[in-house]
Design a protein around this ligand. Structure first.
Ligand code: KG4
Ligand code: ZN
Length: 356
């Protein structure tokens, strides 16, 4: 079965072609991504209206490129999978409309895929043998969540962020350091020149048993380190309290801040995963996906954690960490084949929120 995957939840227009056979590892025949970063860079973040328009312009050329690279024609596609939740509603509408038009005109099944669950499926594109049960971690620009998983589609969320997603914190700290957009990869580059122990930024643990994340305190601590603390309110009858001077933001200080932030964010992730693994000792595998999983420092801290905990670590390959359509097609194919799920067809609707 050849599956065409389509992805348009945020600022990447993506199309992929996968071959899925029951009992066989999937093979990615083509995975094309048309990024819109250049359109949003001047605004320092994704502008939803610009994103939707760009998806509408870029979908057909992206699908054509995927077909050419896979040496296939549209007629050879057996089913379509589309990321239909969560995401920017205008962007999702473009993808779902494209998927419905193609499925209707070709007379083939259409299946809607949850984008966050697809990030958890991404490690399986390159590691087909998974020993269940697993703990799944999604770390992206919109999500930081931990899941207990029995199969790719039988999962329960056991922790999530109570404020910023970790990728969002990377992007905001990158903006404070005047790096470009998206900030995560640029911050990682800068961090490689810095000392991760130069600053002791706070690592949120929340309550001792919590599996939730919080990154807003870390982000504020970095802001104070760069710009100084807000001036204390004067107390009537007392001399004004001096504001500590802010050190000059030299290149080395910027790199040290980036490295110390990255280490604190990584430690926060590892602490919560350690708790999740201790609470679920039957876990055999740790599955990790999402844009932030491309970060080499975070990958190596996760490797150390998995080795100490005695679980297999299955990280998404770097090319499948960020938004892509191969993960959508892969999970869509698994839903259609292994789970015997019926296709939703023309009744499929985009949703801004995740199913889990
Ligand atoms: O999964 P993704 O492409 O989109 C969402 O579903 O949100 O993740 C994008 C996020 C952005 O915040 C981006 O800055 C971050 O992943 N990111 C990174 C790295 N590469 C991408 N963060 C840290 N280090 C990286 N190397
Ligand atoms: Zn994503």
């Amino acid at each position: 079965m050849i599956i065409l995957g389509l992805e348009s939840s945020c600022d990447e227009t993506a199309a992929a072609l996968l071959r899925c056979e029951p009992g066989q590892p999937v093979s990615v025949l083509a995975s094309e991504i048309a990024t819109q970063h250049e359109l949003h860079a001047e605004y320092g973040g994704v502008v939803p209206e610009i994103a939707s328009r760009a998806h509408a312009e870029r979908f057909l050329p992206t699908i054509r490129r995927a077909l050419t690279n896979a040496d296939l024609s549209l007629r050879e596609v057996d089913a379509i999978a589309v990321g239909h939740r969560p995401g920017l509603i205008g962007s999702l509408l473009v993808g779902v409309s494209m998927a419905k038009s193609l499925a209707w005109s070709l007379g083939i099944p259409l299946v809607g895929v949850d984008h966050v669950r697809a990030h958890l499926y991404a490690p399986m594109l390159t590691n087909p043998e998974i020993t269940w049960p697993a703990i799944g971690l999604v770390v992206s620009g919109g999500h930081s969540s931990i899941y207990r998983m029995s199969t790719p589609s039988d999962l329960e969320r056991i922790g999530s962020t109570i404020d910023d997603a970790v990728g969002e914190a990377f992007d905001k700290v990158a903006a404070m350091l005047s790096l470009g957009h998206p900030g995560g990869p640029l911050l990682e580059q800068l961090a490689s020149k810095g000392d991760p122990d130069a600053f002791e930024f706070p690592i949120s643990r929340l309550s001792p048993k919590s599996l939730d994340f919080s990154f807003s305190g870390l982000k504020t601590a970095v802001l104070y380190e760069i710009k100084g603390r807000p001036a204390p309110r004067p107390i009537p009858g007392k001399p004004p309290i001096e504001r500590p001077e802010v050190s000059e933001l030299t290149d080395q200080r910027r790199a040290d801040i980036a490295a110390s932030f990255q280490q604190a964010a990584g430690k926060a992730i590892v602490i919560k995963l350690k708790r999740a693994l201790a609470r679920h000792p039957e876990t055999r595998t740790l599955l990790v996906g999402g844009g932030v999983a491309a970060n080499a420092g975070i990958r190596s801290w996760l490797e150390q954690l998995a080795a100490r905990a005695g679980v297999a670590l299955k990280l998404s390959a770097p090319e499948y960490c960020g938004d892509n359509a191969a993960m959508i097609a892969g999970l869509g194919g698994a839903m259609l084949i292994s789970d015997g799920r019926s296709a939703q067809g023309m009744s499929l609707t985009p949703m801004p929120t995740s199913a889990s």
